[in-house]
Design a protein around this ligand. Structure first.
Ligand code: ZN
Ligand code: ZN
Length: 512
């Protein structure tokens, strides 16, 4: 015990008792009896509340953007290891700022299912296999109060008990009550559950892999328990994803439960054939030459743009994760043999646009981002936080990596220019957006090409252009005017390249 922790413990009157596996079993059994877990084979609970788009905050220091959940129903069959979660959501009165579909137009229905090792989503009458999601959805069954007790009783659980006489510790203890934290391991995940002096599960915590945050905290607090036909169930479920010390925004969902049906007959969640046969979509990289020394590197949901300069290459955007970035870097090396990637331009901090930035830092690239992101990138994204679940190159090959000493970061406030005298790329902040407060775009004046993320994707060939421009399109237009950019072609991070006159028609402005 360090001195500081010791002093802290004395001040709070904290006593910590380590207990054996037998103690864990006894605590779990008491909780199981009090909560009615042993006879609970299945459960269906319903309510309403809100959920949020994790990794899609408006600014790097903001909470995840929320949506109103008007109806929510979850059905779990513990023995079958199956769960079906259905919700309807709308923007409601939550501010329409941030990404992840914000602001929602009308109502959106989401159904996500896991059964054993298979996961899928329903969208209208369509079944969409989601093999990538199966592992975490399976884990999420054991993160519910009764699921936790069942899994901990079946596994090799250990317990530590606490009593705190001092001020409340959020999520852990409240003045003077004795709490026991019981832990077990499920696959590669360690799950901790806090059981209070009423033998109720108050909090379940684990960590899941996240390309931006590493081992990301994932917890749900359970409160206001009520009795439903002999089964105790919390009526408030409040979920956090990410760590409030790193990011004040971390609230992922809150559901207020209005009805609980223990042991509902669960029509077996038969796995559709399409789901059984589905495999994880293989990673695809396809490049398209836009001009001499300039390529769109696509083939997936997010593009990157490779720009060759006399002595080096600059890449715009490192989306999704390390796997994608390693493949894109491989393609860039083929396109431009013998030159190193010296710069990586990151358009904004949304996790699907940021997940590969650490891979480029491990390559020694200088990261160009908005000035407003500096603190978040230094203190969170490049911070050597634990990455045991999915170690990346930066964590594995450079364990002594220091964000302040080892990351070359160029932050943009007004304009940042990369030039070798022949080719020039200007990087500008995009102002006045509801999507993101710290957004950059890249402009190549010679080629008259503008690269944007999430603001404008030209309509697919033959597709009907949108009837009205989105607020992001209007804001992009205003930024083009403000900066007097002469744009001929739009190169988006999502979708395909398109001409400026089409954009002008959509935003309802005359082409000159
Ligand atoms: Zn975004
Ligand atoms: Zn995007």
């Amino acid at each position: 015990m360090t001195n500081r922790l010791f002093v802290f413990s004395v001040l709070l009157g904290l006593t910590i008792g380590t207990a054996s596996a037998q103690d864990a079993k006894a605590v779990l059994q008491s909780a199981s009896t009090a909560m009615g877990t042993a006879t609970l084979k299945s459960v269906q609970y319903s309510g309403a509340g809100w959920n949020a788009a994790v990794g899609q905050s408006f600014g790097p220091d903001a909470d995840w953007p929320r949506f109103e959940v008007t109806s929510y129903t979850r059905t779990i069959d513990y023995d079958a290891r199956s769960s079906r979660e259905e919700l309807t959501r709308r923007q409601g009165s939550y501010p329409g700022r941030g990404g992840g579909g914000t602001p929602l137009q009308g109502e959106q229905r989401q159904t996500s299912i896991v059964s054993g090792n298979y996961a899928w989503n329903l969208q209208g009458n369509n079944t969409n296999p989601a093999p990538d999601a199966a592992e975490v959805r399976q884990l999420e069954i054991w993160l519910t109060p009764h699921g936790f007790l069942k899994a901990a009783l079946a596994g090799n659980a250990t317990a530590v008990s606490f009593a705190v006489a001092g001020p409340s510790q959020p999520g852990m203890t409240q003045g003077g009550r004795r709490m026991t934290v019981v832990s077990f391991t499920s696959g590669k995940y360690r799950v901790n559950g806090t059981i209070n002096d009423q033998n109720l599960v108050e909090l379940v915590q684990t960590r899941i892999a996240n390309p931006v945050l590493g081992d990301m905290l994932y917890e749900t607090r359970f409160s206001e328990y009520r009795d439903f036909g002999g089964v105790k169930f919390p009526t408030v479920l409040h979920t956090h994803q990410a760590d409030p010390r790193l990011n004040p925004g971390h609230n992922a969902m809150e559901i207020r439960v209005t009805s609980v049906q223990p042991n509902v007959s669960v029509a077996a969640l038969t796995v559709p054939d399409a789901v059984r046969q589905a495999t994880v979509t293989p990673l695809r990289v396809e490049s398209q030459k836009l001009a001499n020394g300039l390529w769109l590197v696509g083939g997936g949901t997010h593009n990157s743009v490779a720009v060759e300069f006399r002595d080096y290459v600059a890449v715009v955007e490192a989306p999704l994760n390390e796997e994608r970035s390693v493949a894109v870097i491989g393609e860039v090396r083929k396109l431009v043999p013998g030159k190193t990637i010296r710069y990586l331009v990151n358009t904004h901090h949304h996790f699907d646009h940021l997940g590969g930035v650490r891979t480029y830092a491990a390559e020694g690239a200088t990261i160009i981002t908005h000035r407003g992101n500096r603190e978040f990138y230094e203190q969170v994204v490049f911070y050597p936080a634990p990455r045991t679940l999915a170690p990346d190159r930066l964590a594995t090959f450079f364990p002594l990596f220091s964000p302040q000493r080892d990351v070359d970061m160029e932050t943009v406030n007004q304009k940042y220019v990369l030039s070798d005298g022949v080719r020039t790329m200007d990087v500008y902040p995009v102002t006045g957006l509801a999507h993101n407060s710290t957004m950059l775009m890249a402009y190549l004046p010679t080629e008259k090409i503008l690269v944007n993320a999430d603001l404008y994707s030209p309509p697919a060939r033959g597709a009907q252009p949108p009837a009205a421009p989105t607020p992001s399109m209007v804001a992009l237009y205003q930024n083009i005017q403000r900066l007097k950019l002469d744009v001929a072609q739009h190169v988006p991070i999502h979708g395909q390249v398109g001409p400026m006159d089409e954009f002008l028609r959509i935003v309802g402005k005359p082409s000159n």
